[in-house]
Design a protein around this ligand. Structure first.
Ligand SMILES: [Zn+2]
Length: 464
């Protein structure tokens, strides 16, 4: 198939050229591939073995896919994954073309894929590429201006699943908003695998979550869902007066959340395993558990999972840490919706010796509507005793939000909305005292911009 090979070659040439000019080529080459070879997705199946995982949901897709890829990697499998989080069709096709390309100009076979898919585009991918598993992390209200209600996202995921009749569905059972997927699909029980937490313990970590608590209606009777235990947002051990309740957990865990790690005691098929991850926060414990469930289901031996959990360190601004030459550390967190932001803020609440920079953009990929800032728990910063800088296109909105959150106005410093996020970071680092840390919270396009300039920043301010 000359067209296929031509498309793969061209895509990689374009990627290399873009990289030469310091552009991260995560989506554009995919566009070219589709022009040259419109049935690329169906054709690449010939070169891709199994397992094939899709990961979708509102929050945690990149981290969950990252951990799962690392696990399969430890097992020695050659896996293609869109690690940088470009999760729309062009981004996925770019990653596939890159992974299938062999240096000598031919196509190579790979052992499987872990593809993060945007909720709205999963069906566009699964229409042409057959997956073995889909892992769904959660459904929160996110970027409403782009997709409308949560309902639409759910319907699109269901449609994508129906296109792959043999697919197995790995679901976060603690999220009642996903239970409708089970109801609507009306498949046999053995098509689903449910993961969730029986208990959460916090050690030196803020116990209370102030994430917005979405009211979820029971898909069976329409009444409000109730909880035995509610962990954060709408996640927890839930039930309804009509008898509907959280499904029996196939992969059940108890979590111990520390400021700098989490321990997960997992039970699967009557066997117990203990895993440690460097990732902190309950939201990351969910990401880890989803990846563990997927790996166990695919028959990966627990020792590979254990290795991967210990070694996995986040890429691309997900809790990324950079050692600075003042003796401090810079940490970068992505925030994009009220629940995710609130859970990140919860972990930062008792932070000492740190300044904070919050970068808010409202480009298309961020979501144009920044009203979600008002639903996120910035109130948890009211006791923050150090400087909080704001930057990005909506820096003034962010500063206003902080004032209403009772942050001491003397501590708020606003960069001009036309300033680049990476330049604001440099300005902040310049103001840090010895051993002082910088915590950066940013929306998606701010993160892209930081990522592009991170090498420069590290060169200038990084510790040896
Ligand atoms: Zn009910």
């Amino acid at each position: 198939m000359p067209k296929f090979l031509e498309a793969v070659k061209l895509s990689n040439k374009v990627s290399m050229a873009l990289k030469f000019f310091n552009f991260e080529a995560t989506s554009f080459p995919g566009k070219i591939v589709q022009k040259v070879c419109p049935d690329f997705l169906s054709k690449c199946s010939e070169y891709i073995n199994h397992p094939r995982f899709a990961v979708t949901g509102t929050n945690g897709k990149t981290t969950t896919s990252g951990i799962l890829s690392e696990i399969l990697d430890k097992k020695g499998l050659k896996i293609i994954s869109n690690k940088l989080g470009a999760n729309m069709p062009n981004g996925i096709i770019t990653a596939l073309a890159k992974g299938l390309y062999k240096k000598n100009g031919t196509i190579q076979n790979v052992d499987g894929v872990v593809l993060e898919c945007d909720e709205a585009y999963f069906s566009a991918i699964s229409n042409k590429f057959v997956f073995d598993y889909i892992l769904i992390t959660n459904l929160f209200r996110d970027q409403l201006d782009r997709y409308g209600e949560m309902d639409i996202a759910r319907r699109k995921i269901i449609k994508g699943i129906e296109l792959n009749p043999d697919i197995k569905i790995i679901l976060n059972a603690d999220d009642p908003s996903l239970s409708e997927i089970t109801e609507k699909l009306n498949y046999n029980d053995d098509k689903f695998i449910y993961f969730g937490f029986n208990n959460i313990e916090y050690i030196d970590y803020e116990k209370n979550s102030n994430s917005p608590k979405e009211t979820i209606d029971c898909p069976k009777c329409g009444e409000n869902i109730l909880y035995n235990k509610r962990y954060y947002a709408q996640l927890g051990s839930w039930y309804c007066a009509c008898g509907n309740q959280r499904k029996m957990l196939d992969v059940a865990a108890n979590a111990f959340i520390y400021p700098d790690k989490s321990i997960l005691d997992v039970t699967y098929k009557n066997k117990k395993y203990s895993f440690i991850t460097k990732l902190s926060g309950l939201y990351n414990a969910y990401n880890a558990l989803g990846a563990i469930a997927a790996a166990l289901l695919a028959g990966v031996e627990p020792n590979f999972i254990e290795d991967a959990m210990r070694s996995y360190s986040p890429v691309f601004g997900r809790h990324q840490k950079v050692k600075l030459n003042n003796g401090g550390v810079m940490t970068i967190h992505l925030i994009k919706n009220p629940v995710g932001a609130s859970e990140v803020l919860r972990g930062l609440k008792n932070l000492k010796n740190s300044r904070m920079l919050i970068a808010i953009n409202d480009n298309y990929a961020d979501g144009r509507d920044v009203s979600w800032l008002w639903d996120a728990d910035f109130e948890s910063l009211s006791d923050f005793s150090n400087v909080i800088y704001t930057t990005g296109i909506r820096s003034y909105d962010m500063s206003l939000r902080l004032k209403y959150a009772n942050v001491n106005p003397v501590l708020i410093e606003t960069f001009d909305s036309t300033d680049k996020v990476s330049l604001s970071i440099e300005a902040c680092i310049n103001e840090l005292n010895e051993n002082e840390n910088l915590v950066v919270l940013t929306t998606y396009t701010g993160l892209l911009e930081i990522n592009k300039n991170l090498g420069k920043i590290i060169k200038k301010y990084g510790a040896e």
